[in-house]
Design a protein around this ligand. Structure first.
Ligand SMILES: [Zn+2]
Length: 272
C-alpha cells in the first residue's frame, strides 16, 4: 500500500452528452459530432505518460458504437465499469426500468470488453431523490461498489459521508472528492480543479492521498478536448460547468497529478 495512492476514474462519454434533453436522448449521438475517439486517445496517452491505471465508467450506447475503442481501454490495463446503458439520469426511470438498463449495460460491456464489470456510477450522480435507495439492487446485480452519492446539495446530499465507506457487507460507496465540509463546498472534479487555485487543489489531493481513503479523482475525456464546438442552447450554469478552464487543463492535470500512484477503483476496493 502506497501513501501516495489515489484512485482515478474517467466518465467515458462524448462532449455533448449532458444530462438534459436533447443531449441525453438516443438521437443525440447522431445529431452531434462524434469526438469520443480523439478525447479517448488523449486520455489514454495522459494515463500512459503518468503510469496511471484508471477505472473507466462507460456508456452502453457508446460501447456499441466504439467496441474497438472500448477494448483498447481494457487492454491498456484499465478497469471497465458501468456509467449507464445511456446517459439518462437514473431517477427519470422507474426502478424496474433502471434495473434492467443496469443489467443490460453490464452484460453488454462485459461482452464487448471481455472483462468483468464491478463498479457503477449513475449519470450526473443520479442515485438521489426517488432513486436514493436503488444502490441496494447493485450487489445482487454483481457489483462490488457504487460511486454515485455526492456529499453536495442539488446533485446529492451534504449529509452523506465524504469518504468511501461500506454501504452493505462487501459493498462499497466511493463518493467523489469535495472541497471543504461546511455549508460552502466545491466539487474537486469537473470545473472545480479547472478554475480553483492550483495550490489549493494540489494540497487537497495530497491530503486525500495521505488518507488513502479511496476517494476517486474524476475526469471526462472531453475535458482534454479544447477544440470542441460550443453547444447551442445551454443555460448559463451548464455553459460554465462544462466549458470553464478547459484551455490548458491537460497541462494543469499533469502537474496536479504528478507523483501520485493513480490506480483503478477496483484495486482500492480489492485491497480492503
Ligand atoms: Zn456522465
Amino acid at each position: 500500500m502506497s501513501p501516495s495512492r489515489l484512485p482515478l476514474s474517467l466518465d467515458w462519454e462524448d462532449w455533448f452528452q449532458l444530462c438534459c434533453p436533447p443531449f441525453d436522448r438516443p438521437g443525440a449521438l447522431d445529431r452531434y459530432e462524434c469526438r469520443l475517439e480523439l478525447a479517448t486517445e488523449r486520455s489514454l496517452a495522459l494515463c500512459a505518460d503518468l503510469g496511471a491505471k484508471a477505472t473507466w465508467f462507460c456508456l452502453g450506447d457508446q460501447a456499441r458504437r466504439h467496441p474497438g475503442l472500448l477494448r483498447r481501454i481494457a487492454e491498456g490495463g484499465h478497469a471497465i465499469a458501468l456509467h449507464g446503458l445511456t446517459h439518462r439520469r437514473a431517477f427519470e426511470m422507474d426502478r424496474g426500468e433502471w434495473r434492467q438498463a443496469v443489467r443490460d449495460g453490464k452484460a453488454l460491456l462485459e461482452d464487448l470488453a471481455g472483462t468483468a464489470v464491478r463498479g457503477y456510477r449513475a449519470p450526473e450522480w443520479s442515485l438521489r431523490g426517488a432513486a436514493e435507495d436503488w444502490w441496494k439492487d447493485l450487489p445482487e446485480l454483481g457489483f462490488r461498489y457504487d460511486s454515485s452519492r455526492v456529499p453536495l446539495a442539488v446533485i446529492g446530499r451534504p449529509a452523506w459521508p465524504r469518504r468511501p465507506h461500506p454501504l452493505a457487507a462487501g459493498f462499497w460507496e466511493l463518493p467523489p472528492p469535495v472541497l471543504w465540509s461546511g455549508p460552502v463546498r466545491m466539487p474537486l472534479w469537473g470545473w472545480g480543479p479547472r478554475v480553483l487555485p492550483f495550490s489549493l487543489v494540489r494540497r487537497a489531493l495530497e491530503t486525500l492521498a495521505q488518507e488513502d481513503a479511496g476517494t476517486p479523482l474524476v475526469l471526462h475525456p472531453w475535458e482534454l478536448d479544447v477544440e470542441q464546438p460550443r453547444l447551442p442552447g445551454l443555460t448559463l450554469g451548464h455553459r460554465y460547468t462544462h466549458g470553464a478552464g478547459l484551455r490548458g487543463y491537460e497541462g494543469r492535470l499533469r502537474d496536479l497529478w504528478d507523483g501520485f500512484q493513480l490506480t483503478t477503483l477496483e484495486a482500492w476496493v480489492e485491497s480492503r
